[in-house]
Design a protein around this ligand. Structure first.
Ligand SMILES: [Fe+2]
Length: 383
């Protein structure tokens, strides 16, 4: 029997090579008169950043620039941005970057009209005001934040990753331009792409599936598994474009079903060990899938079929497929932090008690989590 479900995707998506030249016109169409362009130092140094500024100037727009977004921005950084926007009288937001930048831009867009701190909006459906008009332009194929109702931020006070979740958090428009990914270093491409794949896999291994999200996730996960090597490790634009679109799609899927076990394990790794989100996602993906497999064979069959497997004879090869992918992308050679067993145990408890894991297809106990953490940190584990 199908469970009741809801599917919402209000973000307009514009795809095209060179599509960012239309940014100025698009923000004007959204009634933005004086946008703030939000990005980080890495993106601000790239040639396409100038193209966006030219597009805004070409549309006759005055605009401000904030180009120092931190990785996993803190709530206080959002409040600083809100003060800047108020001071400079900006009325709209263009966020250009990876997941951290997009979340900073979305955090700004929902907090500015609220009249208070972003901290007041942390939680579920606490955003009451219409957000500032916003365009999200991803420069990685990964976070999916450009089509999501979730804003992920850091809270240094509690040393945790926190989320603002509301229908108001969807950007009005996202521009998907694969040319922005042309010079992304392979490591960065791999880490963000595997994060996108984890979003789709978790959506498939949920207790709350629905036919719309399953259809999207199967197509997008198959695309990412097939294309990520070439997209990350070569200069070919077509596989990069396919991964960019697939990364938005996997977030549309997990937006409807929720993320679960994998991301419950990623969050302590980013908060306590300061590891990049995508690095954690890639290291965990084969382990989490293997753990969930006994409860997921039927659910994963359409993905296996899309990849050309005989699901009668080869039902478990998805784990090998994922392990081979992350190995080929170089995850085995990426540097990991040293960690002691007490920290891993406390992280495992955090995961087992996380409300995120309730949506996982197989029940999660702290012993299972600890076993996976030990496998991931086998070479950097201290007593
Ligand atoms: Fe993620």
């Amino acid at each position: 029997m199908l469970l009741p479900f809801e599917y919402l995707m209000p973000t307009r998506i514009v795809y095209g090579e060179g599509a960012i030249v239309g940014t100025g016109k698009e923000i004007k169409d959204l009634k933005g008169k004086k946008p703030i362009l939000v990005t980080d130092q890495g993106v601000a140094a790239l040639p396409f950043f100038e193209s966006i500024k030219e597009s805004l100037a070409g549309a006759g727009l005055e605009f401000e620039v904030y180009d120092t977004v931190s990785r996993d921005p803190d709530l206080s950084e959002i409040d600083e941005l809100v003060a800047l926007v108020k001071d400079r009288k900006c009325d709209s937001v263009i966020a250009l970057g990876g997941g951290s930048v997009l979340c900073a831009g979305k955090g700004l867009a929902v907090t500015a009209p609220s009249g208070g701190s972003s901290r007041n909006l942390v939680g579920l459906h606490l955003v009451k005001e219409q957000p500032l008009p916003m365009i999200a332009i991803p420069t990685t194929a990964g976070s999916g934040s450009e089509v999501s109702d979730v804003i992920v931020l850091s809270d240094m006070e509690s040393n945790r990753i926190v989320t603002i979740i509301s229908h108001h958090c969807y950007p009005g428009l996202t521009i998907l331009d694969p040319e922005l990914l042309a010079d992304l270093p392979p490591k960065q491409f791999s880490m963000s792409g595997v994060d996108a794949l984890a979003h789709g896999m978790e959506s498939l291994m949920t207790t709350r599936p629905n036919p719309i999200s399953e259809g999207i996730a199967v197509y997008a996960c198959a695309t990412l598994i097939r294309e990520l090597r070439e997209a990350s490790l070569t200069n070919e634009i077509e596989p990069k474009a396919r991964c960019l679109i697939a990364s938005s799609m996997t977030n549309m899927a997990c937006g409807a079903t929720g993320i679960n076990f994998g991301h419950a394990m990623i969050l302590p790794m980013t908060a306590h060990l300061k590891m990049p989100h995508g690095l954690a996602a890639g290291l965990l993906l084969p382990h989490v899938t293997a753990y969930n497999l006994p409860a997921s064979r039927k659910r994963l069959a359409p993905l296996m079929q899309a990849l050309g497997y005989d699901t009668e004879l080869e039902p478990d090869l998805i784990v090998d497929e994922l392990a081979d992918l992350v190995t080929d992308l170089g995850f085995g050679a990426f540097e990991l932090p040293e960690v002691d067993i007490a920290t891993l145990k406390s992280m495992a408890e955090e995961v087992a008690n996380s409300p995120i894991t309730t949506g996982n297809v197989r029940k999660v106990e702290s012993d299972h989590v600890l076993a996976i953490y030990k496998s991931v940190f086998v070479n950097t584990l201290k007593d």
